[in-house]
Design a protein around this ligand. Structure first.
Ligand code: 5GP
Length: 208
């Protein structure tokens, strides 16, 4: 039987740079990336079907009703959700899939996929986060404040994650996240069949 892919959830405060980290992980290491559905309006340069599937609230509701999402959550003023089919197909095909989602969604995923790796990316402190959010200029002052307030709530939920990675230097952060994923693949619980075969294989030596 083909080994299933690993499900990896990457979350982080808005402005912590997780989008850039995820993009690089896909480009550099070939991870498969789930594209979410959202009711948020596209930002300049964002493309439907590439960055998100942009939906009306009615369309989003429809996806929920037809069990088309593995998880969904409200974040600030909009809804976001993970389309089910892509993730299930990719995992079944043995590919490692990254979900870039917020903390409520991550919690739901861990319940449905207890073997998923939950990774949280953070700045080293809240001051750095504020500077980065204000500096990127894609949100209004009011939206920035809402995102900071949300980050304060999210900070209380970081202990639900398996790994915490500080994004101080971008390249270090990318390679650390990749190493964390590779390390996770070596856990003995994830290699029980191989371990059994290996022990049998070695035990044969004793018999000769
Ligand atoms: P943004 O509006 O900045 O693109 O995303 C806002 C937040 O929604 C981010 O924390 C992002 O990770 C999260 N998000 C994006 N897609 C999903 C999703 O499918 N499900 C959930 N729960 N959160 C998502």
């Amino acid at each position: 039987m083909k080994k299933k892919g690993q499900l990896i959830v990457i979350s982080g405060f808005s402005g912590a740079g997780k989008g850039t980290v995820v993009k690089s992980l896909v480009e550099k290491y070939g991870y498969s990336l789930s594209i979410s559905a959202t009711t948020r309006a596209p930002r300049p340069g964002e493309v439907d079907g590439k960055d998100y599937y942009f939906k009306t609230e009615a369309e989003f509701r429809n996806l929920i009703d037809y069990n088309g999402l593995i998880e969904w959550a409200q974040y600030v003023d909009n809804y976001y959700g993970t389309p089910r089919k892509f993730v299930e197909d990719e995992l079944a095909a043995g590919r490692d899939v990254i979900l870039e989602i917020e903390v409520q969604g991550a919690t739901i995923i861990k319940k449905q996929y207890p073997d998923a790796d939950l990774i949280f990316i953070t700045t080293k402190d809240v001051e750095t986060l504020k500077e980065r959010l204000a500096g990127r200029g894609s949100e209004t002052q009011e939206q920035v404040e809402k995102r900071i307030r949300r980050a304060v709530e999210e900070a209380e939920m970081i202990d639900k994650y398996d790994y915490i990675v500080i994004n101080d230097d971008l390249n270090t952060c990318i390679d650390t996240v990749h190493s964390v994923i590779l390390g996770g693949k070596c856990k003995k619980e994830r290699n029980e069949d191989f371990l059994k075969d290996l022990q049998e294989n070695f035990s044969r030596i004793r018999e000769v």
